[in-house]
Design a protein around this ligand. Structure first.
Ligand code: SF4
Length: 327
């Protein structure tokens, strides 16, 4: 049954499941597949949000450059390395360096930073947006292991509406460039955007499969009051959970985070996601002075504890948590 589902689900099946309220117990199936392929281990990623400065205009994001209510910050290399040292001492095996599209951090500066961090025995994931092939190549040569770049939506028209001055085709190119350079490549989507169709959500999942994504992060849309989408609906937890479960079914061995947006929308949302196909959790290790200024969506929950994960019967992985790692 599991393998049949993994191999055979197509666009139409996905649409039918997404539209249905009681089609099958996909959460249970996704949880079983997660257990079969990834075990009970949860990979912890230490998240460092090192700059909230961004040149982009994404309609859904509180960090968009037009939002002048945000207090902007950019951590120095020294501050970032302090967060890295804390992560290493805490036993985390991967750090995620995340920022807005901040071009202050050019290729030379980032490569120097990556080399500093690689002196520690820790994997590096970059999440810094669209860059050229040459820059991606340089970051990889400097030691970066993984890269996160969410496609956000595969509906081209919706993508254009929500991302002024950005190119859908360029984003796709970036993802295939990352893959070709040997990064473990992460992507993902937002679920519940205004005018987003069921067809396009199914298409998102098919895209993750076509790309053979190594990681997929799915976040429910949460409107930010200081963006053009401030008045949009906010009731997207269940749909995001369904897309998470279906992604696990379609790509059984990949890494799927229980996103902080899930927890922000529903108490215990992180555990619910872990029980519906997810196997990764981000712990925010950015200094407290800055954490709350990285507000892509409002009321972001910054998780510092793993106790609820252990209480839910899961184990904390001691590996770097690559796609092939089973523990
Ligand atoms: S989603 Fe990313 S690129 Fe878009 S405005 Fe926000 S921080 Fe910038």
């Amino acid at each position: 049954m599991f393998n049949l589902l993994c191999n055979k689900l197509n666009q139409r099946n996905l649409e039918e499941i997404l539209i249905s309220n009681d089609f099958i117990d996909i959460y249970k199936i996704a949880n079983n597949i997660r257990k079969q392929y990834k075990g009970d281990y949860v990979h912890i990623r230490a998240l460092i949000e090192f700059s909230n400065i961004c040149k982009s205009h994404c309609y859904y994001c509180g960090l968009r450059c037009e939002n002048n209510k945000v207090q902007r910050y950019r951590l120095s290399e020294k501050q970032i390395l302090r967060n890295v040292e804390f992560s290493v001492k805490s036993g985390y095996k991967t750090i995620v360096l995340q920022s807005g599209e901040d071009l202050f951090w050019d290729s030379d500066k980032l490569c120097a930073l990556i080399k500093q961090i690689k002196k520690y025995d820790i994997a590096i994931t970059l999440s810094i947006g669209e860059r050229s092939y040459e820059e991606y190549k340089a970051f990889k040569a400097a030691g970066a292991d993984r890269y996160l770049l969410r496609i956000e939506t595969t509906d081209k028209n919706l993508y254009r509406e929500l991302h002024p001055n950005m190119s859908f085709d360029n984003r796709i190119n970036c993802l295939y460039n990352l893959k070709s350079l040997g990064y473990e490549t992460g992507t993902g989507c937002i679920v519940g955007l205004p005018n987003q169709s069921i067809e396009s959500l199914a298409q998102d999942i098919m895209f993750f499969k076509d790309l053979n994504a190594d990681m997929v992060g799915i976040g429910p849309f949460i409107p930010h009051p200081d963006t053009p989408l401030a008045d949009a609906d906010n009731n997207n937890f269940d749909s995001a959970l369904k897309v998470t479960a279906l992604t696990r079914i379609v790509l059984p061995d990949i890494n799927i985070p229980a996103t902080t947006a899930m927890e922000s929308l529903k108490p215990n949302g992180r555990i619910t996601a872990l029980n519906s196909g997810a196997n990764v959790v981000m712990i925010n290790v950015t200094d407290n002075d800055y954490k709350n200024k990285y507000e892509i969506y409002p009321n972001k929950v910054c998780l510092n504890s793993i106790n609820d994960i252990l209480a839910a019967g899961r184990k904390i992985s001691q590996s770097k948590g690559f796609r092939k790692d089973k523990n």
